[in-house]
Design a protein. Sequence first.
Length: 82
Amino acid sequence: DSDSSSNESNGKQQPAKKKVVNKRLLAKLAARGETLEEREQRRAERRAARITAQFGYTAQDNPFNDPNIAETFTWKKKGDSA
């Protein structure tokens, strides 16, 4: 059994991330009459507005014409050589 658990942790497949349910956060949202999805949307809009104000362009309309500009960049060649 220990071999199967070590293979799972060393394997290339990553398990899907589970959302941790924070009971205090859910109670706070319930008091506001807001769902977790609505909170995430509100925060995403606020984050986008802050980035637009700081850099002067949005993720969709940027001077680099890069549709993936908001995503974390990973240098693939560096990962292949290591």
